[in-house]
Design a protein around this ligand. Structure first.
Ligand SMILES: C[S@@+](CC[C@H](N)C(=O)[O-])C[C@H]1O[C@@H](n2cnc3c(N)ncnc32)[C@H](O)[C@@H]1O
Ligand SMILES: [Zn+2]
Length: 278
């Protein structure tokens, strides 16, 4: 865990946390240990809505294996080129990946940028954060929720939320007035071939509703679309199934059909939304 310029705040009373021994402490003596993997758990039990919230261990492992094979590299590259253009070259930029999963996108972004970055990744899944911290030791990893981000108000230059659960009001409070929010969202054709195979009927596509973002004083500045075709091998097919909720909610016959395939050509259809503050 980096000790320089920590922005961490106590999840119980929002006062600043300072590093002491093998953990963090606030002025009211609340203490949070640094786990052996190097992350800090700042998710108090009463902020949890289930015993083990977020992605489970099997989902995290599957996502790690799938992403590490770079099937989604084009998505990461789009994020890297867009976010890096907005960073200030004259100073350290504070950046948060909200719902970072096992850390692929944030780690690649920091590696890509030649600017000084103080990077935080948070996720509500302890398994995801442990996997991120174990692999990407130089970054700051937190178990926490997008609903209560344990970082100082008005401190962040950028927030990334990739395929996650945006909490616009909370994001707005944590960003500097000049800060940017980057949302990576799936679009209508994303993995359509997979969904057609596993579901008897597809749900109608709902485009991103901008109203909650606008209500939190965000203004859409840019939207970039990315479409690509990828052909997965058998191993990647089962990893993709295991890292998404499809495996848990799709009919068994549909899953069996996909599992029987040796290759599957899929459309990636995503968009990166860039918001500023108004
Ligand atoms: C679809 S995954 C995306 C992970 C990562 N951004 C990626 O694209 O690889 C959604 C992630 O959001 C996390 N999550 C769910 N609810 C959350 C919350 N309230 N706050 C933070 N993370 C949350 C899950 O644990 C999971 O890791
Ligand atoms: Zn405290």
């Amino acid at each position: 865990m980096s000790t320089t310029a920590t922005l961490l705040t106590c999840p119980l009373d929002k006062s600043p946390l300072t590093k002491r021994d093998n953990g963090y402490r606030c002025a009211n003596n609340h203490h949070f240990d640094i786990a052996k993997e190097g992350y800090v758990n700042l998710l108090p039990a009463h902020h949890k809505r289930s015993k083990q919230p977020g992605d489970n261990k099997a989902m995290v492992q599957a996502r790690r294996q799938f992403l590490d094979t770079n099937w989604y590299q084009a998505i990461s590259d789009l994020l890297n080129s867009t976010v890096s253009q907005t960073l200030d070259t004259s100073r350290t930029n504070n950046l948060l990946d909200a719902g970072c999963g096992e850390g692929y996108y944030l780690a690649r972004l920091v590696e890509h940028c030649d600017k000084e970055i103080n990077a935080y990744g948070l996720d509500i899944s302890k398994f995801a954060v442990a996997a991120a911290a174990k692999k990407y030791k130089a970054l700051n990893w937190l178990v926490a929720s997008n609903r209560q981000i344990p970082l100082a108000d008005s401190s962040l230059d950028s927030i990334i939320c990739a395929f996650g659960f945006p909490c616009y009001q909370e994001f707005s409070e944590k960003l500097k007035p000049t800060g940017k929010l980057f949302l990576m969202e799936t679009q209508e054709q994303h993995l359509i071939e997979l969904r057609q195979l596993i579901y008897p009927e597809l749900k109608a596509y709902k485009p991103l509703d901008l109203t909650p973002a606008e209500n939190a004083n965000f203004v859409l500045e840019d939207k970039q679309s990315l479409q690509q075709s990828i052909t997965l091998d058998k191993q990647a097919i089962s990893q993709l199934l295991a890292m998404t909720p499809h495996l848990y909610r799709a009919p068994k016959e549909g899953i069996a059909k996909v599992e029987a395939l040796s290759t599957l050509t899929l459309t990636l259809d995503v968009a990166l939304y860039q918001f500023g503050r108004c």
